[in-house]
Design a protein around this ligand. Structure first.
Ligand SMILES: [Fe+2]
Length: 320
């Protein structure tokens, strides 16, 4: 168990619009969903209705791509205010975003850009994470990115930076073991060293995903199954963290829901007890308290009133 007492939710799926109709119609036997925050901010209407309906039955975690915690622009409190309201509206168990920056001078490049890892950037980022966590009234959960370039001004490894950031800002960690593998290949370090160095008691959640290996480099495409080496890293991480909320990301060439779910459930082989988590198959809609402490009963039908003919939403194009 992590130091924040955020529960092991079991094995979840990244919520994607192409699966809305299937989820609403069939109420699949899945432990939890991670929703991309930006898809439900400033939208209202059907996306928000779908998420709130799913949240009546399944635990939800919010995962963002635009907090820019390493950026130099002022923190966007308008964004945080809307995010906090959304989290309370869907009883989100926690809120995560990435160790990165996403733009400068008010321009969002809609990408997760790598940071230099040194004492100056550590102090800067830790201060921002503390402010964000205080505003959200919950410890922010920070994900390690995948990257393709490094900074000459870095003086520490990414894993040492992440551990120091967690200690200084008291944040949680979302350990993306595929990102660790991708970056280790691109930058030439041992991914096992990374996993072994992470403070296990701060790991709230793990991400799994597929990628594209081009021989000289790997692109974090989220368009395929998880490779064996990444599964082994996942097992290595679980040996340190114990059973931890685990989520499968699939963002391009997305297959049918059951294919994604079957890939995710391979994680069961690496989990100690083989039992599903607190929001899982046996205790769906268990009323666990989320951000803001709101509790909900599960009474609303998951059936949607009209056929889902909307096109996929935008933020899913960002690989996280
Ligand atoms: Fe991820």
């Amino acid at each position: 168990m992590n130091r924040f007492n955020f529960p092991d939710l079991g094995i979840g799926i990244g919520l994607r619009t192409v699966h809305y109709a299937h989820i609403l119609d069939t109420q699949p036997d899945v432990d939890w969903f991670e929703a991309l925050s930006e898809n439900y901010l400033d939208t209202g209407g059907r996306p928000r209705y779908v998420l709130e309906t799913i949240a009546e039955r399944y635990p939800i975690v919010l995962h963002g791509v635009s907090m820019s915690i390493g950026g130099t622009d002022p923190i966007d409190f308008d964004y945080l205010r809307k995010l906090k309201e959304l989290a309370r509206g869907v009883n989100a168990r926690w809120i995560s975003d990435h160790l990165c920056w996403t733009g400068v001078s008010g321009r969002n490049v809609h990408d997760l850009l790598p940071m230099p890892y040194n004492e100056e950037s550590l102090r800067h980022t830790a201060a921002r994470v503390r402010v964000i966590s205080d505003f959200l009234e919950t410890p922010l959960v920070v994900e390690n990115p995948s990257s393709y370039v490094e900074f000459a001004t870095s003086t520490m490894t990414e894993w040492d930076f992440l551990a120091a950031l967690a200690a200084e800002s008291d944040c949680g960690l979302l350990l993306d073991v595929n990102n660790i593998y991708v970056s280790s290949f691109n930058h030439g370090f041992d991914p096992k060293t990374y996993v072994d160095a992470i403070p296990a008691d701060r790991v709230v959640q793990v991400h799994l995903a597929g990628h594209a290996n081009h021989g000289t480099h790997i692109i974090d495409t989220h368009d395929n199954v998880v490779i064996d080496e990444v599964w082994q890293l996942y097992g290595r991480a679980c040996a340190r963290t114990g059973d931890v909320s685990t989520l499968m990301e699939w963002d391009a060439n997305i297959p049918d829901f059951e294919t994604v779910h079957a890939e995710a459930r391979k994680a069961e082989a690496f989990r100690g007890s083989g039992e599903s988590g607190v929001g899982g198959r046996r205790r769906k809609g268990s009323g666990e308290s989320g951000v803001g402490g709101r509790r909900k009963s599960s009474s609303k039908s998951l059936r949607h009133p009209t056929p889902d003919t909307r096109p996929p939403q935008d933020a899913e194009a960002v690989h996280v």
